[in-house]
Write a protein that binds this ligand. Structure first.
Ligand code: DP6
Length: 336
């Protein structure tokens, strides 16, 4: 076998994944839905190796030291991948591998690098075993999910849903395509108020979701209506409907976070000032703009082509913030 290289991008969730029914297997408690971005990219090369060896580099070529926790996460992910492939009757994955990550994603800026990394790794593993077994995209999404729940969605370009599925089987939850990147030209201005390390990562956060008294109602809302409304809005390119369900869901997730034990407060005063600024701007000018926030203070300002210039001007006017401009993009792919 020869080394295999894959490339992938992060995605931004419109219906947020928050909480698992099984934390170890990352079986989500509810469906989620996202838009894959066109950059920044992660590139991963995998090869056979006598022992697991993981190295990570920034876009300028400098090595990024991996702490023990991160190295252990790759080791656990390889074991889970073997377990999943065994359920498909395959032992094609090598006993050990070398993994070289080259990431253009700046650290701790509120762009989910774990989604891009494990989405990319799933694609690379699929390429490595392809001579023996051909995995569908949905099966590849399971491998992504086993490293980071949101990574399952980065296997697909455009809009993708991660279905919670049912039961405790390792492959029970898979992602699927809703519409590809040619369906609707949307953009995401990532407005980053702070580049500080976040205090509680998503993995730890998922584990306490159930302690919030608001969590059951959240699961019910997604199950009975929100996910379906979001899919409909995308298929019809109905921005107003997409705005309303996306913002409801993001604010609802943050209410769950803030009422869990311990409470997780990711949004800062600056976050709220930015999102209120977006509300004011679109009220005055009837612009197609929406906001959403993940597990951090970063605001994602999504817009259509028609509102892009105004969104750019708004983003650039936010004092003290770093801005990234991204658009809808393709899913993870093999490059060699
Ligand atoms: C708020 O996928 O980062 O961004 O499975 O532990 O890696 P792990 O969690 P992760 O959680 C994502 C949380 C979110 C919402 C989302 O992307 O759906």
């Amino acid at each position: 076998m020869t080394p295999v290289t894959a490339v992938a991008q992060p995605n931004i969730a419109l219906i947020k994944y928050w909480g698992n029914r099984d934390d170890a297997l990352r079986l989500p408690a509810a469906d989620s839905l996202s838009m894959t971005l066109d950059h920044p990219s992660v590139e991963i090369t995998v090869d056979h190796s006598p022992a697991l060896a993981v190295r990570s580099f920034g876009s300028d070529g400098t090595e990024r030291a991996l702490n023990e926790k991160m190295t252990a996460r790759f080791a656990t992910h390889l074991e889970l991948t073997k377990r999943y492939l065994a359920t498909l009757g395959s032992n094609a994955i090598p006993e050990s591998v070398s993994v070289t990550v080259r990431s253009a994603i700046p650290q701790s800026i509120g762009l989910a690098s774990s989604a891009a990394v494990f989405g990319c790794l799933a694609k690379a593993y699929a390429g490595l075993i392809a001579p023996k077994v051909n995995l569908t995209l949905e099966q590849q999404s399971v491998i992504g999910r086993l490293g980071s729940g949101s990574a399952a969605r980065s296997l697909f370009g455009g809009f993708a849903a991660l279905d919670a599925g049912e039961g405790g089987d390792i492959g029970a939850s898979q992602a699927r395509a809703i519409a590809d990147e040619a369906h609707w030209s949307l953009h995401d201005f990532v407005i980053i108020p702070s580049v500080e390390e976040k205090k509680v990562g998503s993995t730890e956060g998922h584990a306490v979701a159930w302690t919030s008294p608001l969590y059951e109602a959240r699961l019910e809302a997604i199950r009975t209506r929100r996910q379906r409304e979001c899919v409909d809005a995308i298929l019809r390119r109905d921005f107003e409907k997409l705005r309303s369900v996306t913002e409801d869901d993001a604010l609802d997730m943050h209410r769950v976070m803030e009422t869990s034990a311990p409470p997780l407060r990711y949004l800062t005063e600056t976050t709220h000032a930015i999102r209120l600024g977006i509300e004011e701007l679109r009220r005055g000018e009837h612009l197609e703009l929406l906001y959403t926030m993940d597990a951090g203070p970063t605001v994602h300002l999504l817009c259509t082509d028609a509102s892009r210039e105004r969104a750019a001007a708004f983003a650039k006017a936010q004092k003290g913030c770093t801005i990234f401009e991204t658009s809808i993009g393709p899913g993870a792919r093999l490059v060699s």
